[in-house]
Design a protein around this ligand. Structure first.
Ligand code: NCD
Length: 361
């Protein structure tokens, strides 16, 4: 891939490009991401590199000496965590990832405590952060804000990388990375992430994690995607169009029970009612047939896994939490390692980690 420079393109033509044509503007010359905005930036080779790096970091972090090595790797950099939308796991795992690498952090979690409250624009706010920090990790309710920030800072005198930690209903690329890492690890001793069926369940229309993961899964050979939801919450056409273009086998249905025995992974999601256009809109949709409990567990294959980006509501019963196939707690920890790997790669210290791993483990 030939890299392109954001300084060579104005915002309007850049924003109008299809996502695959934006990718060359977002990557570094060695093929690693500079800005991480979309799941579509990651191909199989990069995902393989990233998941291996996460596992190496995990291994290195087991000893005090290894932790100390990691801790001085990026201690000369600072990251801003700008989360203007609620978050527990994504925020804490990014914070932990920064701590592992020695990256110092600042945070805004509530715009009522920043100058945005005084009427400052988002743009001016993030531009302010770029004066003090070397990376911005951002979660926002607006779809294109991370992308616009990336373009704007790349065209300023202080360009710094942006990591999208969730942009509206659109994308959550680092959640998809941790989901891929979980799938890769779960199947690594039983034939790998290939020839599998992944069943997505719940609010697929408004769930950004599902959208990003659907894109990433198309990098792996012969992964069937099944979308199970009540009609109003079914997956959007742009995701299906991508699957059709890539020749990926897929199906939409509202028969959850029938899909469980064929699943290698079930990806549950909660109703995203914060996006309701009118009050109580989602509560009128019957989602009770899309819950996973002990009855559904009986139908799940012995090697299959149950995933959830969390937070959950009633869609997974706590009665299944202790089953070894319940993967959502491990997913969270995987998130910390893959985000550590992504930050290390963005700051160009992946080779030093490989070296340390080769020499010491
Ligand atoms: C998800 C999100 O924010 O999109 N949570 C997360 O990042 N783990 C899913 C959700 O909120 O339902």
């Amino acid at each position: 891939m030939t890299n392109k420079r954001m300084v060579d393109i104005a915002w309007e033509p850049f924003s109008a490009l299809p996502v695959d044509q934006k990718t060359p503007y977002l990557m570094q010359p060695d093929g690693t991401p500079y800005h991480t905005l979309f799941a579509q930036q990651f191909d199989y080779a990069l995902l393989d590199r990233l998941t291996q790096l996460a596992s190496e970091i995990r291994g290195v972090a087991k000893t005090r000496a290894g932790m100390c090595f990691l801790h001085e790797l990026v201690c000369h950099k600072r990251a801003m965590l700008y989360f203007s939308q609620p978050s527990s796991r994504t925020f804490l795992s990014f914070l932990s990832a920064c701590q592992i690498l020695g990256v110092q952090t600042g945070e805004v979690r509530d715009t009522a405590t920043s100058s945005e409250f005084k009427g400052e624009s988002r743009e001016d706010s993030v531009r302010t952060f770029s004066s003090y920090f070397d990376m911005i990790i951002m979660r926002t309710p607006e779809k294109g804000l991370a992308e616009h920030t990336a373009w704007m800072l790349s065209n300023s005198e202080r360009p710094i990388p942006i990591i999208n930690a969730g942009s509206g209903q659109d994308q959550h690329p680092t959640q998809a990375l941790l989901d891929i890492y979980t799938l890769v690890r779960s199947f690594e001793h039983i034939g790998g992430l290939r020839d599998r069926t992944v069943v997505f369940v719940g609010d697929l229309a408004r769930g950004r994690t599902v959208r990003s993961l659907s894109y990433l899964l198309t990098n792996y050979p012969n992964i069937r995607q099944v979308f199970i939801a009540p009609q109003p919450l079914q997956i959007c056409d742009d995701v299906l169009a991508n699957l059709r273009n890539k020749g990926v086998e897929h199906r939409c249905s509202d028969d959850f029970r029938a899909s469980i025995p064929e699943a290698d992974a079930i990806y549950m999601t909660r109703v995203q009612d914060e996006w309701d256009k009118e009050k109580g809109e989602s509560s009128r949709i019957d989602t009770s047939r899309f819950h996973f409990g002990p009855e559904q567990l009986k139908l799940l294959q012995p090697h299959a896994i149950l995933m959830h980006p969390l937070p959950r509501r009633e869609e997974i019963s706590t009665a299944v939490d202790r089953d070894p196939r319940a993967m959502y707690w491990r997913q969270m920890r995987n998130g910390m390692w893959i985000r550590t790997a992504l930050i290390a790669m963005t700051f160009g210290c992946d080779k030093r980690i490989h070296e340390y791993y080769r020499q010491n483990l």
